[in-house]
Structure formats: structure tokens, C-alpha cells
Design a binder for this molecule. Structure first.
Ligand code: IMP
Ligand code: MG
Length: 178
């Protein structure tokens, strides 16, 4: 498919996202209220806008780190293979790890990330995903916090790309071919 032959229709407004981020942050702040070992791990690149907004609403002592794994190329199919492209800078042993993801789709990416990070002996590990496409799930993963459940549509914006474009949209839009 030619990456220029598509249109984007608004699905979730910037205002709705901001309101949801604020309520997620209240729940997350309460959950981690008793630890000073929190490390918030953003999965690059799709989570960069979400993590930036979320951590600024968290009233907690925390560190931020990033992990980049490969999953999708410049198309809409998951390769289901996950490799570390950029590892964490810091150790997570005995830390409380909160993974921030843009979208959980088939679940393969998150399943692999949980296996990799889980083997490093963190004290705890939880996931917060902005978007969840539950009807697409092929492997079960436990996601503690979900921003929005969405139908089986390809979306962009608020950090999320299609062929590396559209990450800079302030809202989440649905991609359709024209
Ligand atoms: P999974 O391994 O199938 O769960 O795929 C998760 C990854 O696929 C996410 O981190 C996204 O990068 C990407 N992805 C899944 N759905 C979409 C979408 O609708 N738009 C853009 N990227 C997506
Ligand atoms: Mg991703």
C-alpha cells in the first residue's frame, strides 16, 4: 500500500486524552504511594507523548527510562518477533517497574517485554497502555491500567505512527484508505 493514499478521522480528542491521563495518574499515584523505587519505562517510540504527559501528572518520586523493541515495520502486520533495539540504561533489580505502552494489539510485544524485564528480578512489574484492542489479542497479557479500549482499527497520533508519520497529531485518529 502507498503510504500517501489514506485519510485520518478523529477518534479520540486531545481533550479526552488529557482527561483520561489525569484520572490514570490519580490511580497510579495511589498505587505507588508507598514506594521510592518506581521506574517508569517507556516503550519507544510510540509511547513518548503519553509518558511525557503521564509522568508530569504523577506526584511521586520516580525515574524514567526507555526501551525500544522491534515489532512492526512500515506496514500494518505484526511480525510477532521482538528484538531489543535499545536497552534500558539502568538496572531494574528490586525496582518497581511501570511499563508505558502506546497500544496492546495481539499482545506479543508486551508478552516478550514482560518476559525480558521480568527475568531481571524487579520487585514488581505492571503495565499501563494508552490503547487496548482486546478483540485482536492472540496472547494473554495482564495490563493493569488502560486508557481506552478501541475497536480493531489502525490508529495514529499522540505519539503513534503509520510508517513513521503522524506521531505529532494531538489527537488519536483512525486511518482509512482512499
Ligand atoms: P502487538 O505486539 O501486536 O500487541 O503490537 C503492539 C505494537 O504494534 C504497538 O506497540 C504499536 O507500536 C503497534 N501497533 C498496534 N496497533 C497499531 C495501530 O493501530 N497503529 C500504530 N501502531 C500499532
Ligand atoms: Mg510499539
Amino acid at each position: 500500500m502507498d503510504a500517501s493514499d489514506y485519510k485520518i478521522e478523529k477518534m479520540i480528542s486531545a481533550k479526552s486524552i488529557a482527561a483520561r491521563v489525569e484520572s490514570l495518574a490519580i490511580e497510579i499515584s495511589a498505587y505507588y504511594g508507598n514506594t521510592d523505587k518506581l521506574i517508569v519505562v517507556g516503550l519507544l517510540r510510540g509511547s513518548f507523548v503519553f509518558i511525557a504527559d503521564l509522568v508530569r501528572e504523577l506526584n511521586l518520586p520516580l525515574e524514567v527510562d526507555f526501551l525500544e523493541v522491534s515489532s512492526y515495520g512500515d506496514n500494518m502486520e505484526s511480525s510477532r518477533e521482538v528484538r531489543i533495539l535499545k536497552d534500558l540504561r539502568g538496572e531494574i533489580e528490586n525496582r518497581d517497574v511501570l511499563i508505558i505502552e502506546d497500544i496492546v494489539d495481539t499482545g506479543y510485544t508486551m508478552h516478550h517485554v514482560l518476559t525480558i524485564l521480568g527475568s531481571r528480578k524487579p520487585n514488581s512489574i505492571q503495565v499501563c497502555a494508552l490503547l487496548d484492542k482486546p478483540t485482536r489479542r492472540e496472547v494473554e497479557v495482564s495490563i493493569r491500567w488502560i486508557g481506552f479500549e478501541i475497536p480493531d482499527e489502525f490508529v495514529v497520533g499522540y505519539g503513534i505512527d503509520y510508517a513513521q508519520r503522524n506521531r505529532n497529531l494531538s489527537y488519536i485518529g483512525k486511518v482509512s484508505m482512499i
